[in-house]
Design a protein around this ligand. Structure first.
Ligand SMILES: [Fe+2]
Length: 312
């Protein structure tokens, strides 16, 4: 019988992660402490602000009518269109008044247990740099536009804000069970690439979709991808694509549904039943799925990104 592991539940301080817990090897820059926070936000110049403004304008051409209403409301509430890269102090003040979250600058991707710790304390770590004109369309490492424009508006929704905190609180447990991949898939299919059913149709709330120009139309309207109602157990067994459009999107009924599915699942029982690798391919449709749209997978079958295939 699987025994419950002794897992840190005091989220006020960072835990010592045992040697046998896997985490990505990242080299900490000398100027940041154990919390990986930058001492101050970058002073952005006029060209940086112009890049932010151009990225913002490009998204505004495709998001209305396709982005979740909570996201569009969040942009307004935080006044993110005031021009230029937002100043984190003011942004945190406004966000904190709404849901108690703040936005903190980090130099790069940070270790998993530190990331979870910040989320558990309602701090959202955001990249302390912005892309250049050369990398305007696609960057590998999340910059301030992806992190702030893509993620932060959703944190104005009180239920989503609670979900993100619970996600952070779930992180150390996943690490101790060595099932970080499974919890990572849940993040991927909700926080980064999630869709939601609204009265006006299926909309996007995932930051990976909302911060770029192509995937918003593909995710909500194209024939290629599957759209399947979210089931936490199923999603945590499903592989995903990092550098191309997703073959499958998972759809939630509401943020309340997402929150309850997650906090009410006993992960101490789930993790021991998961295999270390994913069970389902990212394009699979399985018999328990509640399928809203079975994708043609035409884009994937034609070779996806780099092949010249149209995202239809
Ligand atoms: Fe992200």
């Amino acid at each position: 019988m699987a025994t419950q592991l002794d897992i840190e539940t005091d989220f006020t301080r960072l835990p010592e992660m045992p040697e046998d817990v896997f985490t990505a090897p990242l080299k900490k820059p000398a100027h940041v402490g154990e919390d990986w926070l930058e001492p101050k936000q970058t002073d952005y110049g006029a060209e940086d602000d112009a890049i932010w403004n151009d990225l913002f304008a490009r998204q505004m051409e495709v998001l209305p009518g396709r982005a979740a209403s909570s996201f569009m409301a969040g942009l307004q509430k935080l006044n993110l269109n005031r021009g230029g890269v937002p100043e984190f102090g003011k942004l945190s003040e406004d966000l904190s008044a709404l849901t108690g979250w703040s936005v903190v600058p980090v130099p790069m991707l940070i270790p998993d247990h530190v990331f979870f710790w910040h989320l558990a304390n309602r701090r959202f770590p955001a990249g302390n740099f912005i892309r250049t004109r050369e990398t305007f369309d696609y960057i590998q490492e999340p910059d301030v536009f992806h992190d702030v424009f893509g993620h932060v508006p959703m944190l104005t929704d009180p239920v989503y804000a609670d979900y993100m905190q619970e996600y952070g609180r779930a992180g150390w447990k996943a690490m101790r069970y060595n099932r970080l991949k499974a919890l990572g898939a849940l993040y991927w299919y909700t926080v980064e690439f999630g869709l939601i059913q609204e009265a006006g149709g299926i909309k996007a709330y995932g930051a990976g979709i909302l911060s770029g120009p192509t995937e918003i139309v593909f995710a909500t309207e194209a024939k290629s991808p599957n759209r399947i109602m979210l089931n936490v157990d199923r999603v945590m067994r499903t592989d995903y694509v990092i550098s191309d459009l997703q073959p499958t999107y998972f759809v939630i009924q509401s943020f309340e549904d997402l929150y309850h599915q997650t906090v009410e699942r006993n992960f101490d029982r789930l993790y021991p039943s998961l295999s270390p690798s994913f069970t389902y391919a990212n394009s699979a449709v399985i018999d328990v799925d509640d399928v809203l749209h079975r994708g043609t997978q035409e884009y994937l079958l034609r070779g996806g990104r780099g092949s010249g295939a149209k995202p239809v």
